[in-house]
Ligand binder design. Structure first.
Ligand code: SF4
Length: 179
C-alpha cells in the first residue's frame, strides 16, 4: 500500500500548488449545496452524467464516498488582475483541470478504484453523451465536490488547508479518494 505522504508528494510533483491529506471523516454533504446546483449558474445542471441529478442522490454519493478510506486535497493557486478578470479565472481553471485529469490517470495506475471530485462537471469528452447514451468512460468520469454536496471551504478548513489565499488570489480545488 502506498504511503499517503508519498501520494501527496507525487501530487506536488505533478504541479499542484498545494496538496494535503484529506480525513474522510470530515466530509459532510449538504442538500443546500445541491439546491445551488439546481439553480444552474454553472450551466451544467442536468447536462452531464457527473452533475446532478444524474450523479445520484446525496445518499448514493455518501455511499460511494464510504467505499474509500483515504484521500488528498489538491489546489492550484493563481493571481487575478481584479475581481472581473474572467479570462484569468478561465485560464487557471483550464490549467487546474489538465493537472487534475492527468493526476487522476496516474492514481488509476496505482489504485484499483479512485473517486476524483474536482471543480466543475466532467469534461473528458468534447461533448457529454448525457442523456442519450451511456457515459463513454464511467471509470474516468469526474464529478465535482459541489455535485457531491460538499462545502469546499469547510472541507479545506477541517483539514487544515487554506481556502482563502488573500486579495487578488484564487484557488481551484479538488480531492481524490482511494484505499
Ligand atoms: S466521460 Fe464523457 S460521457 Fe462520461 S461524463 Fe465525462 S464527458 Fe460525459
Amino acid at each position: 500500500m502506498r504511503d499517503l505522504d508519498e501520494i501527496v508528494r507525487m501530487a506536488l510533483e505533478a504541479g499542484f500548488s498545494l496538496a494535503a491529506p484529506l480525513d474522510l471523516a470530515t466530509i459532510k454533504l449538504y442538500p443546500e449545496v445541491r439546491e445551488m446546483c439546481a439553480s444552474d449558474k454553472c450551466r451544467a445542471y442536468d447536462r452531464n452524467w457527473t452533475c446532478p441529478p444524474a450523479c445520484g442522490t446525496l445518499e448514493e454519493c455518501s455511499e460511494r464516498i464510504r467505499k474509500y478510506n483515504r484521500g488528498i486535497i489538491v489546489q492550484t493557486l493563481g493571481e487575478l488582475e481584479d475581481d472581473f478578470d474572467f479570462e484569468g479565472m478561465a485560464e487557471l481553471a483550464k490549467k487546474h483541470n489538465e493537472k487534475f485529469y492527468a493526476f487522476h490517470d496516474v492514481l488509476h495506475g496505482i489504485f484499483s478504484d479512485v473517486l476524483a471530485l474536482g471543480a466543475g462537471g466532467c469534461s473528458r469528452c468534447d461533448s457529454c453523451t448525457y442523456p442519450d447514451m451511456p457515459c463513454r468512460f464511467p471509470h474516468l468520469a469526474l464529478s465535482s465536490m459541489e455535485a457531491y454536496g460538499m462545502i469546499v471551504n469547510e472541507v479545506c478548513t477541517l483539514n487544515g488547508v487554506p481556502y482563502y489565499h488573500g486579495p487578488g488570489k484564487i484557488a481551484y480545488i479538488g480531492c481524490y479518494l482511494f484505499d
